[in-house]
Design a protein around this ligand. Structure first.
Ligand SMILES: [Zn+2]
Length: 437
């Protein structure tokens, strides 16, 4: 192999490989600068988008000595071109509702030719950004395009104002569904879990692990149910029928329909905390859901909680409290909850022990292996509900080790220490007895 980059390129070319015809061997940094300037002017003549050039050290021996910083070679440096700018009229500001409910403003422009393409729309980041740049509807604006990134509005040409320009403010209602919008940090969001723009994402979250954990209902089935019009929101899941699914989901076999319906049925018994998390209220993650479930014994009492009550819970601030209230104000969300209720989804901690009624108090359970009829999280939740402790390692203080299928070394340790080992059935019986008592 030749020992310079340039000669290697020439060699590859002689073998029939395609080598960029615009490559140039520059003798010094001045020539590199000239090359950069030249292509900054000529870039629109290229049959592809280019946002800069790359200068490489020619000597391979020198390249080796220069080496890398992480993955970045010290012997190859990109020099970007200036972004290409143009001015045009901002005709209006449109709003896009993202899949997570965020309201994203974008510029609707008088079409303008920038860097080889005609653009009609450009990014505007959020309301604060529009305010900061003082961009008004009707303004003459500078738009720019850098490489392949989405064109953006840089700012207004204030000297061209006629006085007819209009200030912009974000709508207080979601353009996709009309529901109430709340602002958190710089972002405006729709508060409706049934909003058509975000319904599919909400549904995927609802069935996911850590939420309702509905086995067999993955992202693809969610999309098929949604697109087939069988499910508009999480509430509809519980009203699916076998006939509907066989008829409308062509590729689904009888057996898998049965499995899906069975896991949907099973999910009706998930603890309240999971339901709260699954509903996908803004700012309410798993931990907050746990906290809310332990404070309010049902979804109804959470819905009826006053701001004062919510704020009295440690670690719940005004942002979360407001988001919870906004969630329950939405008719769309109420409708989902009605569907869940009607289907018999558990929306309260019915089995929650009264204060002092903690039959497993002082007992520690350690789970090992796979349980067949419930998830490990659910098993641990039931232990905690009854006042017990779910431990992670077997010690002399462990009361019971619950061994499922393929138990690990915890089982050996339990035997060594002489700790009572329960099978899954024995564990369920114990839980059942205590729950009834
Ligand atoms: Zn909406």
């Amino acid at each position: 192999m030749p020992d310079t980059h340039w000669e290697r390129m020439e060699y590859l070319k002689s073998l029939g490989f395609k080598v960029n015809p615009s490559n140039r061997l520059c003798k010094n940094i001045g020539e590199v600068e000239g090359y950069h300037r030249e292509w900054e002017e000529k870039r629109e003549s290229l049959p592809y988008d280019a946002d800069g050039i790359v200068a490489k050290v020619n000597s391979i021996e020198m390249q080796d000595r220069l080496g890398f910083v992480a993955h970045e070679p010290r012997w190859a440096v990109a020099y970007k071109f200036r972004a290409i700018q143009a001015t045009t009229i901002l005709k209006d500001i449109g709003i896009n509702v993202g899949r997570t409910g965020s309201l994203n403003p974008y510029a609707i422009l008088e079409p303008v030719f920038v860097g080889g393409v005609t653009i009609k729309q450009a990014a505007l980041h959020n309301e604060d950004d529009i305010r900061r740049k003082d961009i008004r509807i009707g303004d003459k604006v500078i738009v720019q395009r850098a490489g392949e990134v989405i064109p953006e509005v840089v700012g207004p040409v204030v000297s061209k104002r006629t006085g007819n320009e209009m200030m912009f403010s974000m709508p207080s209602r979601c353009p996709a569904c009309g529901a109430e919008v709340i602002k958190t940090e710089a972002m405006h969001r729709c508060t409706n879990a049934a909003c058509p723009a975000q319904a599919l994402e909400k549904l995927k979250h609802f069935v996911s692990r850590g939420a309702m954990d509905i086995d067999g209902v993955g992202e693809r089935l969610c999309a098929a149910l949604f697109e087939g019009g069988l499910v508009h929101d999480a509430g509809d899941l519980y009203h699916l029928t076998r006939e509907q699914m066989l008829e409308r989901l062509e590729r689904m076999a009888d057996k898998s329909v049965s499995n899906v319906l069975a896991s949907i049925e099973k999910s009706k018994q998930r603890p309240l905390a999971r339901v709260i998390f699954a509903l996908g209220m803004l700012h309410v993650g798993g931990e907050t859901a746990d906290l809310l479930a332990s404070r309010f014994s049902s979804l109804d009492s959470l819905a009826n909680a006053s701001q004062e009550e919510l704020l009295s819970i440690p670690s719940i601030g005004p942002k979360i409290a407001e988001s919870i209230a906004a969630f329950f104000r939405q008719e769309g969300n109420q409708n989902i909850i009605r569907k869940l209720k009607k289907a018999g989804v558990r929306l309260s901690e019915a089995e929650s022990p009264k204060r002092g009624d903690t039959p497993l108090a002082g007992q520690e359970f350690v789970l090992t292996g796979r349980l067949e009829s419930l998830t490990r999280q659910d098993a641990e939740a039931r232990v905690k509900q009854l006042g017990g402790v779910a431990g992670s390692s077997v010690t002399r203080k462990t009361t019971y080790v619950v061994a499922g299928a393929d138990p690990g070394s915890k089982l050996d340790r339990a035997r060594t220490l002489g700790i009572t080992v329960l099978s899954e059935d024995e564990f369920l019986k114990l839980m059942g007895k205590e729950t009834q008592a």
